[in-house]
Design a protein around this ligand. Structure first.
Ligand code: AMP
Ligand code: MG
Length: 430
């Protein structure tokens, strides 16, 4: 960590939670739309889903075997084989034509509807099917209990059940359940459209030739990728110059979005014009948030073609932009999508080196969490500069140093917020 600065408390700053609350207060769930089942993954259900059918729709066999009457096979065993007359064969997809009476059995396949009368299925391996030459007779070698190897009508879902409640995010298993009750159109909340614009005279786009004094615009791609990952749809612009005119011109293309996310131009430098544009065209809050990285944050609503659109102005440093978007943008997207508020999981880990917190803000230090001899350890990345973007994929969590705490000490157990964009943390936790 770099040079020491004096530690002091910032009473005029908003906490991360206060800033988030203020931001979230201007967002609501978006309107409901209907999507095809095959496109529904990732959306959030907007109306309770009630099943119109039983699943399974009828009693069906859980095994390949013989549908029998309990009474008939009560005393059956290897030494006392009970012979039954086979009256039909039932394949999956067909309905039985005959009901079972005493002394009878039907050959039945897995998934096929169980014939009336039958109250258990004896698997092939518990019969003499392999040894017997006759197809008309089957020898049963075991006793079974009521409904053995029968999947009962409605045992998964009953007609009239509220199967999925509104607010549920559609995962592959939810898609499967919706399909199992025959739904092909699903009522969901629309996904938010997010307009993304980086500002800065120094920016050129990836693919262009690097010119003197310029840097590649990484924020637009990072924020767009995060937006997609969080379930938003992106409408990206390249970048704008640090002038009010160019910024206004580029923002004008975002008249149709639900959220605008800009990067840079929110510090105290000469060319920091995001604030000016917000002030001129809407209402603007400029906040110092009690966090590090990402202290400066602009937030407001900007009027574009008579529509008021919320705007989050992220700081320009790539790490700050990413962490601020994770802390504020992600929640806004979730709220608009109808999702429940989801904080990142916080785990306890033993710190391998001291982390200094020089100015008393809440520090989110990038760490690599790993497992060493069944102990969960957190190793801080050497370079915690907010310009070092590689640290974001080399780390997998943010160690939290509370506001006002000057140091987290080596060997101390600390809280680490695991972020979702790099790896499955279950590997570490198991
Ligand atoms: P600013 O907020 O304009 O003072 O920018 C802070 C730092 O972030 C400066 O070093 C910028 O060059 C850098 N920066 C700003 N925008 C981007 C961007 N889109 N991609 C990568 N770096 C950026
Ligand atoms: Mg700048």
């Amino acid at each position: 960590m770099s040079k020491k600065r004096k530690s002091h408390y910032h009473a005029d700053m908003l906490s991360v939670e206060e800033a988030r609350e203020k931001i979230l207060s201007v967002f609501n769930k978006l309107e409901e739309i209907s999507v095809n089942l095959e496109d529904s993954l990732g959306y959030v259900i907007s109306k309770d889903v009630v099943s119109k059918i039983n699943v399974p729709p009828w009693n069906n066999s859980a095994m390949d075997g013989y549908a029998v009457l309990l009474k008939d096979v009560k005393k059956a065993s290897n030494d006392n084989i009970v012979y039954l007359n086979v009256i039909e064969e039932i394949a999956a997809g067909n309905m039985p034509k005959k009901s079972i009476s005493l002394g009878q059995a039907s050959r039945i396949m897995t998934g096929a509807p169980v014939p009336d009368g039958a109250n258990a299925v004896v698997p092939f391996e518990d019969t003499d099917e392999n040894q017997s030459k006759s197809k008309e007779k089957i020898g049963i070698k075991i006793d079974v209990v009521d409904f053995e190897n029968i999947r009962k009508c409605g045992e998964d879902i009953s007609e009239g059940d509220k199967v999925i409640t509104k607010g549920t995010e559609i995962t592959p298993a939810v898609v499967g359940v919706l399909a199992s009750i025959g739904y092909d159109q699903i009522e969901v909340y629309r996904k938010p459209k997010v307009g993304i614009l980086s500002t800065g005279n120094e920016l050129i786009e990836p693919g262009e030739k690097l010119e003197k004094g310029k840097i590649y615009n990484s924020n637009s791609s990072t924020i767009a990728s995060l937006t997609e990952q969080y379930g938003g749809e992106t409408i990206s612009q390249t970048h704008s110059e640090d002038t009010i005119e160019d910024l206004e011109k580029k923002l004008y293309n975002f008249h149709d979005v639900d959220l605008i996310v800009t990067s840079a131009g929110v510090s105290k430098g000469d060319y920091d014009v995001v604030k000016d544009v917000l002030n001129k065209n809407g209402d603007m809050n400029f906040w110092s948030v009690n966090m590090r990285p990402a202290k400066p944050l602009a937030f407001g609503q900007i009027v574009i073609k008579d529509k008021k659109i919320p705007l989050i102005g992220l700081p320009g440093n790539p790490v700050s932009a990413m962490i601020a978007f994770e802390k504020f943008g992600r929640y806004a997207i979730d709220k608009m999508s109808g999702k429940k508020i989801k904080h990142r999981p916080i785990i306890k880990a033993t710190l391998t080196e001291d982390i200094h917190n020089y100015d008393g803000r809440r520090l989110y230090a990038r760490v690599k969490v790993s497992k060493e001899d069944s102990k969960i350890i957190a190793t801080p990345l050497k370079n915690q500069s907010s310009g070092v973007l590689t640290s974001m994929f080399l780390s997998n969590g943010l160690a939290i140093c509370p506001s006002g705490t000057d140091i987290l000490k080596k060997d101390q157990k600390i809280d680490v917020e695991m972020f979702g964009w790099n790896e499955d943390i279950s590997e570490i936790l198991n």
